[in-house]
Design a protein. Structure first.
Length: 363
């Protein structure tokens, strides 16, 4: 009985200390969610960062596109090797961007004390939104495939109808040319089938590039706003890291836009330009609202966390399904290519992933 009373008294004496610790933790959480004081904002440097990122993004994006278009180049030429290395380097960049830059940031933000209690009841919201984006992308590709199947069926039915009305009226000529017309029709069917297959492949490739750009653009505008509202001590480090970040992402996107095989320069350069301007737009928005914007507010943290996780899902789906699996494992040309070609491609991809993972230390 005496031991029980002593234990109760001990527990009673500890309770105020626990309560005090909880109060201190709550105060620390509230302080961490308060807007940071951006003293000595240095407006000229912030505005200059906008143009620095714009320029480096343009170089990374447009150089692969210009190399691809200035003159036809032969297989195995130096330019062909440069673009091949750039393409697989870009695949590694995309993968590391999702794993190193987007998903960890989303996980960290969903764990922020600044979020409302409802968002703290489940610890895997980042994975949920990442998974939702992957499912949505799969449904989009399925819709594109279904549309192409229906279009192919309509064209094949139209070709069969036209061929059935092109026969000669004379019975002897009809008999004479029956076998040859049948052979020609079969050959024509194969030609149309090959064309349809190429159209399908091109349509999937175009959808993949558009979704890839969507994932990159969503992340780009967030990091632009973040840069504009970063304190003086961290600003230069973050700016340097983002210059490399945007340059390598530009290479990744530019080499993929080349795969769309547009004859005109207009659409590829519009797609490249959209990526180039998004981070500067984010910087401009951040500069405009820096006096009142609180990046630690619940709404800011939540919107950034959701967009990062959605972007991660888009990039991961693209990297594994559209880029790595389709272009390597299920690509007969790649499987039959020489060992040196495969080695260079894999090394390029791993180096791209490693470089972006290293940049993740600062950005």
């Amino acid at each position: 009985m005496e031991k029980l009373i002593a234990f109760i008294l001990l527990l009673w004496s500890i309770l105020p200390l626990v309560a005090k610790a909880q109060e201190v933790e709550a105060e620390d959480s509230e302080e961490s969610c308060v807007r940071e004081d951006l003293s000595d904002y240095n407006m000229p440097l912030r505005i200059g960062s906008l143009f620095i990122i714009l320029g480096t993004s343009a170089v990374g994006t447009f150089v692969p596109m210009i190399l691809h278009r200035i003159r036809p180049y032969s297989k195995g030429s130096i330019r062909d090797w440069i673009l091949t290395v750039g393409k697989f380097f870009g695949t590694g960049v995309i993968l590391a961007t999702a794993f190193i830059h987007m998903l960890p940031e989303s996980l960290e933000k969903f764990d922020s004390p600044c979020l409302t209690e409802g968002w703290k009841t489940y610890g895997a919201f980042a994975g949920v939104f990442c998974m939702i984006a992957s499912f949505a992308l799969q449904l989009l590709e399925l819709s594109a495939a279904t549309y192409m199947d229906n279009l192919r069926a309509k064209r094949q039915n139209s070709n069969e109808y036209n061929n059935s009305h092109d026969s000669f009226s004379e019975p002897d000529l009809e008999k004479k040319n029956n076998s040859s017309s049948s052979t020609a029709f079969e050959h024509g069917g194969h030609v149309h089938g090959g064309a349809f297959f190429e159209e399908d492949e091109k349509a999937f490739r175009n959808v993949g590039v558009m979704m890839l750009e969507l994932g990159i653009v969503m992340h780009s505008i967030i990091i632009g706003i973040t840069l504009a509202n970063t304190g003086k001590e961290e600003f230069i480090t973050l700016l340097i890291a983002l210059v490399f970040h945007q340059f390598f992402e530009g290479i990744a996107l530019g080499t993929r836009i080349n795969e769309m095989e547009h004859k005109s320069w207009v659409r590829p350069f519009l797609l490249g330009g959209l990526f180039i301007i998004m981070t500067p737009i984010g910087v401009a928005i951040g500069i405009g609202i820096h006096s009142s914007f609180n990046p630690n507010s619940s709404s800011s943290v939540l919107s950034s966390a959701i967009l990062d996780s959605l972007s991660a899902g888009i990039l991961l789906y693209n990297a594994y399904v559209s880029l790595m699996s389709a272009e390597i494992n299920h690509n007969i040309k790649f499987r039959q290519s020489p060992f040196v070609h495969k080695l260079v491609c894999f090394i390029s991809m791993y180096v791209g992933a490693g470089v972006m993972a290293l940049i993740g230390k600062w950005a």
